[in-house]
Design a protein around this ligand. Structure first.
Ligand SMILES: Cc1cc2nc3c(=O)[nH]c(=O)nc-3n(C[C@H](O)[C@H](O)[C@H](O)COP(=O)(O)OP(=O)(O)OC[C@H]3O[C@@H](n4cnc5c(N)ncnc54)[C@H](O)[C@@H]3O)c2cc1C
Length: 329
């Protein structure tokens, strides 16, 4: 009988790991959300479409480059943006660096993960809240104590502060997990009637409140309705995480007005998303965590960095370790 493995989280790390080991093990991914992709996220509202998490990813490793190119060929990904400019209080600084391919999912960011997840066994809308030792493996249950089954090995790809809450005190990776620091982010989504020419597709923002702005309609395969996605700075989000959402939104709109000279507070659609764990400030500094004796592991961007590439690299490294264990099993 094949070794059974539960992977917690259908973000890019969980999906990458599942794809790499599914031929050698009986793998189930548990994902608490309705959709796949984790922080590679998008939403549609009133005909407006927003990528409210990761904006694009780069692919420097040969493996991810090949995966990204294949996703482009299959129509799950496209190339965007051509340039990332810098928006400052005194104007726009044009990006003159040689362009490096940047990828987005098509028609939304999560489509990249969805394309890769084809054929995987995924239980959506299912939160793993507890792991209990059971017959040499682990019994999983949800928030209401419902039994989610028993498996031989468990890997968590949830952000480090959430992984810590799941792992037993005896997990060998706990010391490394405790060193990880992650920060939040607020994402403002604005939908407008009629076109708006920003003069750029995407720009980093130098500002005490905001860090990023993107015009969604220019991305491949998107709705042509005018939609802007704006991220706060991570340090500003951390200082304002528990603040009233209306106040957060108003302050972000005020900063945008100062930068763009336009008041967008009467836009057709405005929404705010709070990311509790968006960015990795201090990674674990190890490619993955794995407790051979307990049969518990963890991987994700927070092991190595704060980007999609770090999540893929971490999951790939853990998959190699698991493949060795599965071959010996
Ligand atoms: C606002 C923002 C902007 C970003 N911009 C960029 C960018 O431009 N470029 C870039 O490369 N990266 C960017 N990133 C970072 C990038 O999104 C992440 O590095 C990457 O997506 C992390 O993937 P992951 O699989 O490690 O984690 P996640 O995507 O967080 O996946 C973890 C998954 O686990 C699930 N989960 C958690 N707990 C449980 C549980 N108990 N039971 C079941 N499921 C659970 C979650 O729902 C989630 O789907 C950005 C992130 C944010 C939030």
């Amino acid at each position: 009988m094949k070794t059974s493995i539960a992977i917690i989280g259908a973000g890019i790390a969980g999906i990458t790991l599942a794809r790499a080991i599914s031929h050698a093990a009986d793998v189930t991914i548990f994902e608490k959300s309705r959709g796949l992709g984790g922080r590679m996220a998008n939403r549609r509202r009133e005909g407006f479409a927003f990528d409210h998490g990761a904006q694009y990813f780069t692919a420097r490793s040969p493996a991810l480059k090949a995966t990204a190119k294949q996703a482009v060929a299959q129509g799950h990904a496209g190339i965007w943006p051509k340039a990332v400019h810098t928006l400052k209080a005194d104007g726009l600084v044009t990006d003159t660096r040689a362009p490096e391919p940047r990828y987005v999912g098509v028609p939304g960011m999560s489509a990249f993960a969805n394309g890769l997840a084809d054929g995987l066994h995924i239980r959506k809308d299912t939160t793993v809240a507890r792991l209990a030792a059971s017959e040499g493996g682990w019994a999983l249950s949800d928030n209401e104590g419902h039994d989610l089954g028993r498996v031989d090995l468990v890997v968590s790809t949830a952000p480090a502060p959430q992984t810590i809450r799941l792992m037993p005190e005896t997990f060998a990776g706990n010391a490394a997990l405790k060193t990880v620091e992650m920060s939040g982010c607020f994402t403002l989504m604005i939908g407008l009637e009629g076109p708006l020419d920003l003069g750029f597709e995407a720009a980093r923002i130098e500002d005490p409140v905001l860090s990023w702005i993107a015009a969604e309609a220019g991305k491949p395969g998107r709705s042509d309705r005018t939609a802007l996605t704006i991220h706060s700075r991570n340090d500003w989000a951390e200082a304002n995480l528990e603040r009233d959402r209306g106040e957060v939104q108003a302050e972000m709109l005020q900063s945008l007005k100062q930068l763009m000279g336009q008041d967008l507070s009467a836009a057709t659609w405005i929404d705010l998303h709070r990311w509790r764990y968006a960015n990795v400030e201090k990674p674990a500094g190890q490619s993955f965590l794995f407790d051979e004796a307990l049969g518990l592991g963890a991987c994700g961007d927070w092991c190595l960095g704060n980007r999609v590439e770090a999540a893929v690299e971490s999951a790939t490294a853990l998959s190699e370790r698991l493949k060795r264990r599965l071959q010996g099993a």
